[in-house]
Design a protein around this ligand. Structure first.
Ligand code: NAD
Length: 398
């Protein structure tokens, strides 16, 4: 079989010859007891860079030993790109949300052999899920592999925005020391109202991690948490997102992108937020209206915005989120720490082993199966497509 794997570019100076740490901690299970990926073998060192082209997710030996062909490229966007050329006779496509190969209906229809799209990570909105259902292409992801990585990033961003770390850090980098400049937007989070849109794996982890900061915790989700968890964390559940954002000083977005959540934070919803609130979005860029976010930061309706997700990716060089005031944006990195890469490389291999050996893939990894939303897809997504506009990614210039 032919496996097409679309990964981000190598470091500009080549693959690292050594790493900051000698290794990564060994985890026993995920917080809810779910087991980590269990592939039958592994051909990489946990802690090494695996998510870029030369890292190959550690898959080459495994695939070639079994007689398969692996093609790895980062060239994924413009007309005539390498990925499009290789897609036409591919059986499986692997892509990562950090550097998404937008598997639009048109691309899917150019690939008659395509059987499965694997997301090496979490969040399969870069695949046109409706087209996948229509063409019976299965879509799977490595559920839980980087949920905690992302929740750590969210905590970092909530504290950074409220305390105004970014502006303070840039004062030091510019050689300055004016403390009044550095603190005129700086607050404590203690006592604030913090709310998450969705309390799945990431959202619940954020609630748990914020609890010791002596804040008031809120959530909105299509699925209500068990009463025991609500009581343990003293959570306020909201029946609507509007009700929650009206009372929160900090809102964090942790639902997948699908037709129900696309453009959810538009001008209307942002204007229903508490004046001067902070918004942290590591879910997907398209859940927020690009211009409405920039306008709200300029007017002061929002005091800060941070996250690592953009639309499309890579974000065009002139994307307004690069230059808007009081933002803490990074490239899409929160779920691709070296720690997370080891887990999703293992998970991708586990999925491929099951696929080749005709064994069932874990139900929790499934998004689309046999033409229907399945597993986590049925729990967390809705039918339809959200890939429109992704061709703009070709505008990014290295
Ligand atoms: P999860 O499936 O455990 O949780 C998703 C939650 O969203 C579920 O509880 C679901 O009920 C809720 N939800 C779905 N639609 C909703 C709606 N319309 N309104 C309210 N709630 C809704 O997934 P997770 O591991 O917590 O990840 C969530 C999302 O975070 C992913 O789908 C992905 O988009 C994003 N993510 C980003 C990164 C990153 O690197 N930035 C990494 C992992 C995941």
């Amino acid at each position: 079989m032919k496996i097409l794997c679309v990964l981000y570019d190598d470091p500009k100076d080549g693959m690292p010859s050594k790493y900051a740490l000698d290794g990564i901690p060994k985890l026993e299970t995920y917080p809810d007891g779910m087991t980590l990926p269990t592939p039958k073998g592994r051909d990489f060192n946990p802690g090494d860079l695996l998510g870029c082209v030369s890292g190959e997710l550690g898959l080459r030996k495994f695939l070639e030993d079994r007689g398969h062909t692996l093609v790895v490229t980062s060239d994924k966007d413009a007309d005539g790109c390498e990925a499009d050329k290789e897609l036409v006779d591919a059986d499986v496509v692997i892509s990562q949300p950090f550097w998404p190969y937008y598997l639009t209906r048109k691309r899917m229809e150019s690939a008659p052999n395509l059987k499965m799209a694997i997301t090496a990570g979490i969040g399969s909105d870069h695949v046109d899920l409706q087209a996948a259902m229509d063409h019976k292409v299965d879509v799977v992801e490595v559920t839980y592999c980087n949920s905690i990585s992302v929740s750590e990033h969210i905590i970092m961003m909530i504290l950074s925005l409220v305390r105004d770390y970014h502006n303070q850090h840039s004062i030091v980098k510019a050689g300055g020391w004016n403390i009044a400049d550095a603190v005129q937007r700086s607050y404590d989070v203690e006592g604030m109202h913090i709310g998450t849109v969705a309390a799945g794996r990431i959202g619940l982890s954020v609630l748990r991690k914020m609890n010791p900061f002596d804040v008031h915790l809120h959530y909105f989700d299509r699925h209500r948490l068990p009463e025991s968890v609500e009581q343990e964390l003293n959570l306020t559940f909201h029946e609507s997102v509007e009700s929650m954002v009206a009372v929160c000083d900090v809102v964090t977005i942790n639902c997948p992108l699908h037709p129900e959540t696309e453009n959810l934070f538009d001008e209307t919803l942002i204007n229903k937020m508490k004046k001067g609130a902070y918004l942290v979005n590591t879910a997907r860029g398209k859940i927020c209206n690009k211009e409405a976010i920039a306008d709200a930061l300029k007017s002061g309706q929002l005091s800060g915005y941070a996250g690592d997700v953009w639309f499309p990716q890579p974000a065009p060089n002139d994307h307004v989120w690069r230059t808007m005031p009081n933002h803490g944006m990074t490239p899409h990195t929160s779920g691709t720490t070296l720690s997370a890469q080891a887990r999703y490389a293992d998970g991708t291999r586990e999925i491929l082993e099951c696929f080749f050996d005709n064994e069932p893939i874990r139900n929790k990894y499934l998004i689309v199966k046999d033409g229907e939303l399945a597993g986590m897809g049925a729990h967390s997504y809705s039918k339809g497509s959200v890939t429109e506009g992704s061709e703009e990614a070709a505008e990014y210039k290295k």
